[in-house]
Design a protein around this ligand. Structure first.
Ligand SMILES: [Zn+2]
Ligand SMILES: [Zn+2]
Ligand SMILES: [Zn+2]
Ligand SMILES: [Zn+2]
Ligand SMILES: [Zn+2]
Length: 298
């Protein structure tokens, strides 16, 4: 796969040096902007692969559906959308609302008091969390305070019918990895009634992620391997493709150098606050990019 290169920091410095003295160098803005556009498009493309389970052919860019699709979301909202009732205050709840509330107003997991937000999250009872550890807990805990009465509620079991519909849509034949007979996904397990194979669904999904797969382009016939493709995207993968997507969308709506400069500046400002994201776009290390962006902002 020929991915677009990252933008050179020296160009960005030059751009800002001119902008500071009021010169809009149209050519420079144009060049940097389109380079960023190409890079952002690639970042978005790679992110789409992880969302849709479809891989662009390295030669002709036709999207090829993976047979092994490790990706249907078990994340928030995706499959745990069922309402349930708080056993304490009887309010009707969605699990993701319990999570969302804690992101807005973090509470202690042991005494349920509202946490004080400094660099860390502190509770009057003496407990503390880093922001990251707290977010992680919100994502993974099976008991969280009710958003209304703040008593602990338990995450409802994943609705089985939703799982089955998903499996049918994205993975029409769920095959037993041992005997290749048709397997089923029930109660958090993959089960085969033919050979008796049974494994936790999560572990099964994890093992699929690591598995290689030969992909054949339906349009040009080119064959390539999933793992090799995946490795080629190492510098393009991020859990936060939003800034790249935004840039792609907004760049195409720009008609003047000023509008283009604003979009470039918006992207760089976004990257400024997000350390590890910046090296996906700019050809340098995290530290020196931060230094550069600090300089540009001052
Ligand atoms: Zn349901
Ligand atoms: Zn506490
Ligand atoms: Zn409640
Ligand atoms: Zn089997
Ligand atoms: Zn092809």
């Amino acid at each position: 796969m020929n991915w677009a290169p990252r933008v050179k920091p020296i160009q960005i410095r030059r751009l800002y040096r001119y902008a500071r003295i009021g010169i809009y160098d149209d050519m420079l803005i144009h060049d940097i902007g389109w380079e960023l556009f190409a890079r952002c498009s690639d970042i978005a493309t790679v992110a789409d692969v992880y969302r849709e389970g479809r891989v662009p052919c390295p030669l002709c860019h036709t999207k090829i559906t993976r047979k092994i699709d490790p990706l249907f979301s078990s994340g928030e909202g995706g499959t745990r959308e069922d309402w349930f009732h708080c056993p304490h205050c009887t309010k009707r709840l969605l699990w993701r609302d319990c999570r969302q509330k804690l992101r807005e107003v973090p509470r202690c997991f042991s005494c349920y008091d509202i946490l004080k937000i400094t660099d860390n999250l502190l509770c009057s009872c003496g407990k503390s969390w880093t922001q990251q550890a707290y977010n992680q807990s919100v994502r993974t805990r099976v008991r969280l305070p009710c958003p209304h009465c703040h008593n602990l509620v338990r995450r409802p079991p994943a609705p089985e019918h939703a799982w089955r519909i998903k499996v049918r849509q994205t993975n029409p034949e769920l095959k037993c990895p041992k005997c290749q007979a048709t397997a089923v996904h029930v109660s958090g397990n993959i089960q085969c009634s033919t050979c008796g194979y049974k494994r936790r669904w999560r572990d099964y999904r994890k093992s699929l992620k690591k598995k290689d797969e030969k992909l054949e382009c339906t349009s040009c016939g080119h064959t390539f391997r999933w793992q090799a493709w995946r490795r080629s995207t190492g510098s393009l993968r991020t859990g936060n493709p939003k800034p790249a997507r935004e840039f792609v969308k907004n760049w195409l709506r720009c008609y003047t150098p000023q509008q283009r400069m604003i979009q470039i500046d918006t992207l760089l400002q976004t990257l400024h606050g997000r350390g590890p994201l910046a090296p996906l776009f700019i050809d340098s290390g995290e530290k020196s990019i931060r230094q550069m962006l600090d300089d540009l902002a001052s």
